[in-house]
Every structure is written in structure tokens, then in C-alpha cells.
Design a protein around this ligand. Structure first.
Ligand SMILES: NC(=O)N[C@@H](CC(=O)O)C(=O)O
Ligand SMILES: [Zn+2]
Ligand SMILES: [Zn+2]
Length: 438
């Protein structure tokens, strides 16, 4: 394996140092390291962060390979600075057996752009009727620890209780898509004054908050671990804050789009802004940013949801919910959290690498940048900027809500166990990379 010295990187946005990578591991960190017999990566002006970890990615394979595959989705992830993504279970077939999760895990290993940790479904076929083989998925080669019916809510309280109880045996977590189904029948956008004006059925905040309130109480009752997917309202923040103050083992994520965009975009009737949960108000956005800074919201997760143009380029009511996000996540977090003074780069590393790995119980990612640790590293230029163009995306799908928007920052390089998956801002093609040792 090629050895590297990354020269003059600002480690977590602080001290400037050189980083030596040998055999996939951080071998030395210091100033003016010897560069004989290594490839030198010039990181002047760049920030070094630990490889990012996404707890919520839709890779679409198996079943919707016209939207994304494990190969294209992990390329997109690498381009965004990620070294591990958790692949959501709402595929076709659903990832509700050891066989399917092992297939997804194996595809991730084969393509090698970033690691893939499959999420297992909570219920068979996401149908919300009976528990899937949680234990078999946990014991499989994929070692599943995160279970979710994402896209659908586990709305039956008894099933949710059973699932929370079951995963305790292997330290798993239930990641809930908090959406009370009866309160959101036919829902199209955030419920408020604007939904009335636009004539689109509203998705009230209470539909999210009621499920989160129920679930934190269930998690407390059975002494288990709950994770809240894509939390989107001020009221949800207050419930999670209350639950944490009681010692309930709950964690929560916010997406980049909910940190930046608001429901007013629905007035365009452009379904690029149609997402679940819906874009909320500016007041919600302010609450989400503060909660992420404070740590009440633990992590940023992309909810990268690729859809082909035929599922998005149609009238609002008929369009699919979801937007892509892997390649813009770090830029949106810089814009909303760092450039606003709410979070420093060490905080970004915590919310986008260390904590998501900890929630997913993945020991080999989210590690500090320190000697002896696996060389999962992203080099990021915070002074760069770009106007987002859908045609520049590495993802197979083009449904980015940031089209035409100027965002700061650029991922210059990503290293996965010492092997560059991105160099000079470009994904390193498989053919030209060295074989990773198994
Ligand atoms: N977020 C979305 O709007 N869509 C997701 C499902 C989900 O995350 O709930 C999808 O799978 O497309
Ligand atoms: Zn969801
Ligand atoms: Zn999702």
C-alpha cells in the first residue's frame, strides 16, 4: 500500500500538522515529517476531519437501481467526505432478513468507496404487523445494530415496545421515523398558514411530536435505546430535551435540509422541495440549529433519498418525497452551523463522525485523528465555494434542493483506511485504486 504524508493540514480546524499514513493507519502526527518514500498530499489551507459517518442513507439497492446503487451511492458518499454510511432498509425486497442485509453489506465491501452498514427493518416488509428477524440480522456478517422501518412509522405501540425490548440483547437501537399515520393521511407539506393558502394537505408538527413523546416513554419503560430520525420541529426538540434530562437513552438526528430550508419553498410548487418530514418554519430551523449546537440533537444525518427524474418532475401531489444530500452535507453544516458561530470544527467532527458511529455501535469509525487509529480522514477546504449544479452530482439521481444556491466549502480528499477514495475533489475510480486488504 502506498504511504502518504498529508502536509500542513489544520487538524479539526485548529493546529497545523503533518499526518503520516502507513498501511491504512495513522502512523505519525507532527511538524515537518520526513517525506522520503511517500506520496505527499499538500493540505495547505485545508481542515482535516475524521471520515464522516452517515446514520441515514438510502442506497436503493436492491430494487430501485434506476435511482441509486450501492456503487453510485457510496461514490457519492466518498465525494461528500463519508467513510461509512448506514443503508436504510426500505429497499425491494426490504432488508428484513439476514440474507438481504448481508447482500447489501457485501456489495459495499466489493465496491470499496466507503463502508456500508446495513440497517435492518423492524417489521416484516415494513408492513408494521410483525417483527422482522432482528436477532438473525444482528448475528449475520453484516452485524446489524440499527433497525428502522424508515419511510414508515412503527405506529403500533405494542410492536414498538417489543422491538425496543428485543434489541437490548445485542445493544441495538430502534431508529424511528416519527409520523403518526392517521394525522398525516394525504399530507403534502408542513401544516400551517401556508399549506392553507397553497391548498396542500398539511403535515402537522404534532404528528411527529406525539410519536416521539410516546417512544421516549416506551424506551424509558423497557430500559432500551431509541433514536429519532430526521427530527424537524421545535416541539420535538423540547421533548428530546425533557427525555434526556430524565436519563432516557434517546438520541436524535437532524438533516442538513432541515437546518437550512423552510416551508416557504413549497410556494414554488416545485417538488424538489417535497420531503418527509416536510420543510418546517424559520422558527423550527432556529430551534434545530440551537439544539444541534447544544447537543440535544446528537448528530447530522443526510437522509440522502435519491429519486429518478420521472418520480420528481411531476405535479407536487404525485411526486416522491425525498432529496439527495451526501455531497452537500458538510457544506450545508458549514454554512448553517460553523459560519454562524454555533459549532466549531471539532463540534462538526463530533456530530458527523464520532457520535453517529457511537449510536450505530461501529467501533472502527468515528475515531479521533490520532496515532494508531485507522486512517479514515477527510480534507476539506472551507474557503472554497460553488454554485450547486445537479449535473455535477456523483449520485445517480439529481434531486438536490440546492440547485443554483451558492454553498461554501469543498471536499478535496477522502481516505478510507489509508486509501484515497477522493483526490483533488474527484472520486478515485476503482480501476486505479489499490486492492484493499480484506
Ligand atoms: N425522506 C424522504 O422524504 N424519503 C425517504 C423516506 C424517509 O426518509 O422517510 C425515501 O426513502 O425516499
Ligand atoms: Zn424517514
Ligand atoms: Zn430516510
Amino acid at each position: 500500500m502506498t504511504a502518504y504524508v498529508i502536509r500542513n493540514a489544520s487538524i479539526l480546524g485548529a493546529d497545523v500538522a503533518d499526518v503520516r499514513i502507513v498501511d491504512g493507519v495513522i502512523a505519525e502526527i507532527g511538524t515537518t515529517l520526513d517525506t522520503s518514500d511517500v506520496e505527499v498530499i499538500d493540505a495547505d489551507g485545508l481542515i482535516a476531519l475524521p471520515g464522516l459517518v452517515d446514520l441515514h442513507t438510502h442506497l436503493r439497492e436492491p430494487g430501485r437501481e434506476d435511482a441509486e446503487t450501492v456503487e453510485t451511492g457510496t461514490r457519492s458518499a466518498a465525494a461528500g467526505g463519508f467513510t461509512l454510511v448506514h443503508a436504510m432498509a426500505n429497499t425491494d425486497p426490504v432488508a428484513d432478513t439476514a440474507g438481504v442485509v448481508e447482500q447489501v453489506w457485501r456489495l459495499g465491501r466489493e465496491h470499496g468507496y466507503c463502508d456500508v452498514a446495513p440497517v435492518g427493518a423492524v417489521t416484516v416488509g415494513l408492513a408494521g404487523e410483525k417483527l422482522a428477524e432482528l436477532g438473525a440480522m444482528a448475528d449475520s456478517a453484516a452485524r446489524v445494530r440499527v433497525f428502522s422501518d424508515d419511510g414508515k412509522c412503527v405506529s403500533d405501540a405494542v410492536l414498538m415496545r417489543r422491538a425496543l425490548e428485543y434489541v437490548k440483547a445485542f445493544d441495538g437501537v430502534i431508529a424511528q421515523h416519527a409520523q403518526e399515520p392517521r394525522l398525516t393521511e394525504g399530507a403534502q407539506m408542513n401544516e400551517g398558514e401556508l399549506s392553507g393558502v397553497l391548498g396542500l394537505t398539511g403535515w402537522p408538527a404534532v404528528a411527529e411530536e406525539a410519536i416521539i413523546a410516546r417512544d421516549v416513554l416506551l424506551a424509558e419503560h423497557v430500559g432500551s435505546r431509541l433514536h429519532v430520525c430526521h427530527l424537524s420541529t421545535r416541539g420535538s426538540v423540547e421533548i428530546v430535551r425533557w427525555a434526556k434530562s430524565r436519563g432516557i437513552d434517546v438520541t436524535a438526528e437532524v438533516t442538513p435540509h432541515h437546518l437550512l430550508l423552510t416551508d416557504e419553498l413549497a410556494a414554488t410548487y416545485d417538488p424538489i422541495y417535497k420531503v418527509n418530514p416536510p420543510l418546517r418554519t424559520a422558527d423550527d430551523v432556529a430551534a434545530l440549529r440551537e439544539a444541534l449546537a447544544e447537543g440535544v440533537i446528537d448528530i447530522v444525518a443526510t437522509d440522502h433519498a435519491p429519486h429518478p427524474s420521472e418520480d420528481k418532475d411531476c405535479e407536487w401531489a404525485a411526486a416522491a418525497f425525498g432529496m439527495i444530500g451526501l455531497e452537500t452535507a458538510l457544506s450545508v453544516v458549514q454554512h448553517t452551523m460553523v459560519d454562524t458561530g454555533l459549532l466549531d470544527w471539532a463540534g462538526v467532527a463530533d456530530r458527523m463522525s464520532a457520535r453517529p458511529a457511537a449510536i450505530g455501535r461501529v467501533a472502527s469509525h468515528g475515531r479521533p485523528l490520532a496515532v494508531g487509529e485507522p486512517a479514515n480522514i477527510v480534507l476539506y477546504d472551507p474557503s472554497a465555494s460553488r454554485v450547486v449544479r445537479p449535473e455535477d452530482t456523483v449520485s445517480m439521481s439529481r434531486n438536490t434542493p440546492y440547485r443554483g444556491i451558492e454553498l461554501p466549502g469543498k471536499v478535496v480528499a477522502t481516505f478510507l483506511r489509508g486509501r484515497p477514495t477522493v483526490l483533488d475533489g474527484t472520486v478515485v475510480d476503482e480501476a486505479s485504486v489499490e486492492e484493499v486488504s480484506a
